[in-house]
Design a protein. Structure first.
Length: 320
């Protein structure tokens, strides 16, 4: 089955126009500017930066999928009394859950901004209904755009620092690229390995990736050096089945690239391919790879997600 992404530019423009029909672009941009003032005290942000950033958020495939779902549900609820009755319940949260998938791509900061905006919705959009599906989507757009504007101040390239840290645990760039290539080949048989490497490096460039890599490796090394309590050293060192903090830290990376990347992470965590399997099974000399094996899963999953969002695959389903 061929992918819809061949018409990506067209469908994205249609979605964007529909969003702006419900919430004019100028109103969304004004909300971003106001949010930056309210939360960060940032007052001198050029509006062209806000415009470019908002359109960038709207150009993501994940954003398209989420906003299209919310827009379709907005139409459906008008003719579905059962759904409308559920939405009127004060505990109804599914519209938030769907919308926050967009924020996930921009880190925990975007999610925090979403919460603030959601609570003070009338302050930002006094003439709009806060409980509609589209309203929650717009909250996510505003929060994500503001988060990107804030992070624009961080211009450092963390690639080499990440590669050095990974190398200290026996993980090379080629090890990661090998798995990305293996996972993407069934979708694009003619894919060049260099493209896979470019997407891995793009993931490694991010500050949020560095924070996850650094912390994961520090915990593994700390367990090896008995820096923590006896109980904690035992739990992490033996990689107990119900211990999930390693996955929590690792998923911070694929979350930046949408739910597709997160799905890839779950697969890799179970399949244990390539260097991931080697790390998971290596306990020689008291070595602890509890966090780093999941970290590599996260890096591979993120690179696959980024590649999927930025390249037109030959096939929507694997060829074999």
């Amino acid at each position: 089955m061929r992918t819809f992404l061949k018409e990506k530019a067209l469908v994205l423009n249609e979605m964007r126009d529909e969003v702006f029909h419900h919430f004019p672009q100028a109103d969304i941009e004004a909300a971003v500017a106001r949010l930056l003032v309210e939360v960060k005290g940032i007052k001198k942000i050029p509006y062209d930066l806000i415009t470019d950033t908002l359109l960038g958020v709207l150009s993501k495939t994940e954003t398209y999928n989420v906003m299209t779902t919310l827009l379709e549900l907005e139409k459906k609820v008008k003719h579905d009394p059962e759904l409308l009755a559920s939405m009127k319940d004060s505990g109804y949260n599914l519209h938030r859950t769907i919308a926050m998938s967009i924020c996930g791509m921009y880190g925990s900061g975007a999610s925090s901004l979403f919460g603030f905006l959601d609570c003070k919705f009338r302050f930002f959009f006094p003439n709009k209904r806060p409980k509609s599906f589209v309203s929650k989507g717009v909250c996510a757009l505003v929060a994500s755009t503001a988060s990107v504007v804030i992070s624009e101040k961080v211009k450092e390239d963390y690639t080499q620092r990440n590669l050095t840290l990974l190398d200290s645990r026996g993980v090379s760039l080629d090890d990661i690229v090998d798995i990305v290539d293996m996972l993407q080949r069934p979708y694009s048989p003619d894919l060049e390995r260099k493209v896979c490497e470019q997407h891995v490096l793009a993931v490694l460039r991010k500050q949020q990736t560095y924070h996850a890599v650094q912390l994961a490796i520090k915990i593994d090394a700390g367990v090896e050096n008995n820096e923590f309590s006896k109980q904690y050293n035992h739990i992490v060192g033996s990689d107990e089945g119900l211990f999930g903090v390693d996955e929590s830290i690792a998923t911070a990376i694929p979350l930046m690239y949408g739910t597709i990347a997160l799905t890839n992470f779950g697969y890799l965590d179970k399949a244990k391919i390539g260097i991931i399997k080697e790390l998971d099974s290596d306990h020689t000399g008291g070595k602890c790879n509890t966090f780093v094996d999941d970290l590599v899963c996260g890096l591979v999953a993120a690179a696959c997600g980024r590649l999927a969002h930025n390249n037109i695959s030959t096939f929507n389903k694997p060829t074999d």
